[in-house]
Design a protein around this ligand. Structure first.
Ligand code: NAD
Length: 704
């Protein structure tokens, strides 16, 4: 017996403890060890019942993801085969679930005849997040145990449920008193079963799970959810598998599930989502910062500016139980900011996501002030005042005077030079950019901007605290707009220019949403504010002055006071939340095009819209990698997926480019460089790294 599994016999009970740290991932060696142990227990006449549990508490977090896409994932015993065998042992097999039973881990528990869990455990089938479906019987056994609707809910949402809910649903037979007593309670449960003469497994609660729902359930479910799924494959495969559970006997359903799983695993979408999974792990690695880099303690945070961003930023810390001092210039602005935060929490209370008591606890952690002296003991200060360099510099000069030595001083600037801000202090090593996205209490992305003087322990500490408040931190170097907003510029530029050349805003946006972008870029500008977009551009005007057509349509909309959704007009017209095309916008574009001598076309193909917007976005991302602003292509992907609504199932713009073919992307950029005359010459300059990669025949984007 290998040490991956601990095997012991106690008075007629075989105890099989899974012992593959950290999470008992079900790689081939552990699968083989479980099978051996179970066969041994089945063959031993002295064993009457078997308990399967996590030797170190945690039951099992699922498959071994590093096996995906390799032969090892199907190497014998494969998971479906192992689990099938467990259902045939002929003795009661009890899963004792501690901490987690996720994915293949929950399927393992489902293959056991009985399940007991400690009260804080979470159980779920998150395969969909990797573009997969449960492939080891989960889609067939779960609906038979708890019914179609709740089973689908677990599989389609990918969200784990708590042990209490699992008991209610019938997924668990009982709850243990605590994690400490789990094994004892499991032993007691086994003895009860033996005393009752219980069978190895109870008959399925629902032999025909289809009877748990109305006859038109699946067509209704599809109609209600397909728009949200867009072109995602995995939810459709999950649904097909659960339909099979309703229409086929178990053994045929299992075979159907196996075929659907293979289809999902081989799909480009699953490959993209697995890329994203590994990208998130990778994003934490920073050159010059190791596990041995010391961390600074963060017990108190201060936020300067209680506006849109400052309020949301403060909420993040308060939500994690960290007290925040919120500073404004005037008490009226402070009161307004605090009232906005309260309002936000009240919405959560109304939606049942927070109790009234929790609301008060969170507000108590917030301390409003107009006095910088109150910031003297803050460990981390985040500035979120107006986006004006002089104002920010003034704030940092003051912070330099009042903050204690070692305090981390961060700016939430969206585009200003963090090094210039740092230079106004006597401690540039303590200064860093923390670029939150709006709404800051919701959006997961955090660009961590490393200044040229930022100390390694400041970086390490901010990465740690970012994770503590539930963010996905991605490192960026200093440049205008950092990774995300700098890439937005050329993407945005092409969208504007296409409108000038004859496309309507709706045509541009439709092409972008056709690849499942959350929003078209012009709708996004209307949402964020045509004025906000204009002001960002103004700050960087010198870089674009040579092109009189640069964002000219947006500039004209700004002059007309068409600021987007908030004024009811921008690139579109708004009636409430409804967006409509506005003939005045093409008319405006036509007039400007005539003034500038830009030729307009009757129709611009979707392919051209796609290639011009997206290839320019991709090109800028590759350039950022070459400049060292982005550490890895996968970091660029994370920024665009989590900050700008790029579909995760396309893997982000860099992964998407690799799928399209780097040679095609380069050829497209060269094509428009020729095709678009002086404008093409000006902007369609391929990134040198892209040229080098294609010349070398490389298909992956990496720095060479
Ligand atoms: P905002 O206008 O909503 O809030 C700014 C707040 O700062 C106001 O309440 C103002 O009273 C206060 N303030 C101004 N000067 C101050 C000073 N000297 N001391 C203390 N308080 C002061 O602006 P916002 O949208 O929250 O943006 C704040 C920062 O966040 C900017 O740098 C912006 O570029 C950046 N940012 C904004 C977004 C966004 O989508 N709004 C996204 C990312 C980053």
């Amino acid at each position: 017996m290998t040490t991956l599994v601990h095997y012991r016999i106690e008075d007629g009970l075989a105890l099989i403890g899974l012992a593959r740290p950290p999470v008992n991932a079900l790689g081939q060696p552990l699968r083989a060890a479980i099978l051996d142990a179970c066969e041994r227990a089945a063959a031993d006449a002295s064993v009457q019942a078997i308990i399967l549990f996590g030797e170190h508490g945690l039951f099992c977090a699922g498959a071994d993801i590093s096996e995906f896409g390799t032969d090892a994932s199907f190497a014998a015993p494969d998971l479906p085969g192992l689990l099938l065998r467990l259902t045939e042992l002929g003795k009661p097999l009890i899963a004792a679930i501690g901490t987690l039973a996720l994915g293949g881990g929950l399927e393992l528990a489902l293959a056991c005849g009985y399940r007991i869990s400690e009260p804080t455990a979470r159980l779920g089938l998150p395969e969909i997040n990797l573009g997969l479906l449960p492939g080891a019987g989960g889609t067939q056994r779960l609906p038979r145990l708890i019914g179609v609707a709740p089973a689908l809910d677990m599989m389609i949402s990918g969200q784990p449920i708590g042990a209490g809910r699992a008991l209610e649903l019938g997924l668990l037979d009982r709850l243990a008193g605590s994690i400490e007593s789990l094994l004892d309670d499991a032993r007691a449960f086994a003895r009860e079963l033996l005393a009752q003469g219980a069978p190895a497994r109870r008959a399925s609660r629902l032999d025909n799970p289809g009877e748990s729902v109305a006859t038109d359930f699946f067509s209704q479910f599809r109609a209600a959810n397909e728009p949200r799924w867009k072109s995602r494959l995995a939810p459709r495969l999950v649904l097909a598998a659960v339909e099979a559970a309703c229409n086929l006997p178990l053994n045929e359903g299992l075979a159907r599930e196996g075929a659907l799983f293979k289809e999902a695993e081989a799909s480009a979408q699953s490959a993209a989502l697995r890329h994203v999974f590994f990208a998130e792990r990778e994003a934490g690695r920073i050159p010059g910062v190791g596990n041995d880099t010391p961390l600074r303690g963060i017990d108190k945070v201060a936020v300067i500016g209680a506006g849109t961003m400052g309020g949301g930023i403060a909420m993040n810390f308060v939500n994690a139980g960290i007290p925040v001092a919120l500073l404004e210039l005037k008490s009226e602005s402070l009161d307004r900011g605090l009232a906005n935060i309260r309002k936000n929490y009240e919405i959560s209370v109304k939606r049942g996501k927070l109790t009234a008591e929790q609301l008060e606890q969170r507000m108590e952690l917030l301390f409003g002030t107009v006095d910088y002296d109150d910031l003297a003991d803050a460990d981390l200060v985040i500035e979120a005042v107006f986006e004006k360099l002089e104002i920010k510099q003034q704030v940092f000069r003051t912070l330099d005077q009042v903050c204690k030595p070692g305090a981390i001083l961060a700016s939430n600037t969206s585009s200003l030079d963090v090094d210039v801000i740092a230079a106004t202090t006597s401690r540039p090593q303590d200064v860093i950019g923390l670029h939150f996205f709006s709404p800051a209490n919701v959006m997961r992305l955090l660009e961590v901007v490393r200044g040229k003087a930022t100390a390694p322990d400041v970086l390490a500490t901010t990465m740690k605290i970012a994770k503590r408040i539930g963010k996905l931190p991605v490192i960026s170097g200093v440049c205008f707009g950092f990774i995300g907003n700098r890439m937005l510029e050329p993407y945005n530029r092409e969208a504007h220019r296409l409108v000038l050349e004859g496309a309507t805003p709706a045509q541009v946006d439709a092409v972008l949403t056709s690849i499942d972008m959350n929003m078209g870029v012009l709708s996004m500008i209307d949402l964020a504010g045509v004025d906000v977009n204009f002001l960002v551009r103004e700050a960087n005007r010198a870089a674009t002055e040579h092109d009189p057509s640069y964002h000219i349509v947006g500039n004209e909309l700004y002059k007309l006071g068409r600021f987007g959704q908030k004024t009811g007009r921008g690139f579109y017209l708004y009636e409430g939340r409804e967006r409509k095309e506005d003939p005045e916008v093409p008319a405006l574009a036509e007039r400007i095009a005539a003034e500038l001598g830009v030729a307009r076309r009757e129709s611009i193909s979707p392919q051209e819209i796609h290639d011009r917007c997206l290839f320019m976005l991709i090109n800028e991302g590759i350039q950022l990698l070459d400049e060292g602003i982005a550490l890895r292509a996968s970091d660029v992907d994370l920024v665009w997926i989590n900050g700008y609504g790029f579909p995760a199932h396309l893997g982000g713009p860099m992964h998407y480019a690799e799928q399209l073919g780097l040679d095609k992307v380069l050829a497209g950029i060269r094509h428009y460089r020729q095709e678009l005359g002086a404008y093409g010459e000006m902007w369609f300059q391929p990134a040198p790294l892209l040229e080098r990669l294609v010349a070398a025949g490389q298909t992956r984007i990496e720095k060479v």
